[in-house]
Design a protein around this ligand. Structure first.
Ligand code: CMX
Length: 440
């Protein structure tokens, strides 16, 4: 058994047993109550799922196994000469709960290189799609096509014991994560660069090699990718991409089909697609205003126009967060450190001063602050990646780390098929009438 799998097995077995004992004694303890507002309002805040890899605090933002993003930057191993954390290290942290050593991270990098070969039929399947198919459509389809290699499906058909589900899911997950950069880079180069593909560089790490295969030059872009792939990886379990992966996974669908579900959720404009919508909105504003360097007053006017047209301001607001997103702050800190005076980044920083008070003034927006998607596009544009419709694929490559490490946990902890109860509006009306009758 490989060392990462062995470490996970020990932790998972201990938690499985602890949970079983805890539930035996406390299974009927009430941890939440649900209001009609929550039932009709997208289940906001309802505690109904276990997610081990990260937890979101409305005020402080995301914590990965209790660690904030600035802490990750301090404690996770780095690629030689780079100041940003390696996403391989975050994967180890999420999977085992332990900060990895340099050696452990090097092992993951090597293991993902070893598993990175993409079967030819996946590229052939992509080539059947028109070049202008949205990259998220291509990405989701390629992930499904990779699933023909599923270890879980093969072993399930052979009669695998339930206690081994996590083991086969680990194998699928390691293979899938290893292959995602090649698939994503292939989609980028076929869609925007006339199919002029770039071979992998095995001297590089997972994120650095991804940057290399995309064909964006420079060490700073590689550093950005390492940071980007770290901070987008997980945002607890209730967000749409995580929850979709979890729900599909609960049917014992393989890692490929589960992740593809998550990616289809990420592709919605209220979720991950917001990263392309932000930069499109910014460039449209610059075109309409006829300047690359608008004043705060001009930005405020354009924000108002967007709201008057009945649209949301992309990159602002969040279902859970009630402060500026630490993932926004991490990208801002990166820009301050690596980039001197960029027009597009200055626009994002000015918008950060202008948008929140306007949204606050509407009186209904619960969180007027920027989220992760408000900053990422400007950084990508700065380094020469102008193909906005590809941006959500980058988010998706990163998100695989969190949702798939949790899928291994879900299988190890024996989570069942997810099946909440739904009711009709008529049932609610009847229920309310009965309550009234009982009181009066
Ligand atoms: N611009 C304008 N109005 C906004 C807004 C924004 N950025 N954010 C919220 N609102 C509005 C909502 O549309 C809603 O209006 P109605 O009552 O008229 O329908 C009202 O404020 C209350 O919404 P909320 O409770 O504050 O926010 P929700 O939890 O319902 O929605 C989110 C959260 C992210 C969908 C919403 O803030 C939004 O649409 N933001 C813009 C899109 C975006 O940036 N999405 C990315 C989120 C991060 C990610 O998942 O990647």
């Amino acid at each position: 058994m490989d060392p990462l799998k062995q470490k996970f097995k020990e932790k998972a077995l201990a938690l499985f047993q602890a949970n079983r004992a805890m539930l035996k004694e406390n299974g009927d303890t009430i941890v939440d109550q649900v209001t009609l507002k929550q039932v009709f309002g997208g289940m906001r805040g309802v505690k109904s799922m276990i997610w081990e890899t990260s937890q979101l605090d409305a005020q402080k933002g995301i914590r990965f196994r209790g660690k904030s993003i600035p802490e990750l930057k301090e404690i996770l191993p780095k690629f030689e000469g780079c100041k940003e954390p390696l996403p391989e290290g975050l994967f180890h942290l999420m999977l085992t709960g332990e900060v990895p050593t340099d050696e452990e991270v090097k092992w993951i990098t090597g293991e993902w290189q070893r598993r990175a070969d993409v079967p030819k039929h996946v590229f052939a399947a992509l080539e059947t799609l028109p070049k202008d198919a949205h990259p998220m459509t291509q990405f989701s389809m390629a992930i499904i096509a990779l699933g023909t290699e599923s270890v879980f499906n093969r072993r399930y058909a052979e009669g695998m014991a339930k206690s081994d589900y996590w083991d086969a899911t680990y194998e699928d997950t390691m293979n899938l994560i290893a292959r995602l950069p090649r698939v994503a880079a292939y989609i980028y180069r076929r869609t925007y660069k006339d199919g002029d593909h770039i071979a992998a560089d095995i001297s590089l790490d997972w994120g650095g090699n991804f940057a290399h295969m995309l064909g964006i030059p420079g060490d700073d872009f590689k550093s950005l990718m390492r940071l980007y792939l770290t901070i987008h990886a997980d945002h607890e379990g209730g967000n749409a991409s995580a929850h979709s992966t979890h729900l599909t996974g609960s049917t014992l669908s393989d890692s490929y089909k589960s992740l593809s579900s998550g990616m289809n959720a990420l592709a919605g404009p209220l979720h991950g697609l917001a990263n392309q919508e932000v930069i499109k909105w910014v460039f449209k504003m610059l075109d309409v205003l006829g300047t690359r360097n608008p004043s705060k007053e001009q930005i405020a006017e354009y924000v108002q126009k967007t709201l008057d047209a009945g649209k949301v301001i992309p990159g602002y607001g969040h279902a859970v967060l009630r402060q500026p997103d630490p993932r926004f702050t991490a990208q801002r800190t990166f820009a301050e450190e690596y980039i001197k005076n960029s027009d597009i980044i200055n626009v994002i920083w000015k918008a950060f001063e202008v948008v929140p008070p306007i949204l606050q003034g509407l009186g209904k927006v619960k969180n007027p602050w920027p989220n992760v998607d408000a900053h990422s596009g400007a950084l990508l544009v700065h380094y020469g990646m102008h193909e906005f419709s590809f941006y959500t694929v980058l988010f998706g490559v990163s998100r695989s780390l969190g949702v798939l490490s949790q899928l291994i946990w879900s299988r190890a902890l024996g989570f069942p098929l997810e099946r909440p109860k739904s009711v009709t509006s008529e049932w609610v009306m009847d229920y309310l009438a009965q309550q009234k009758e009982a009181v009066g």
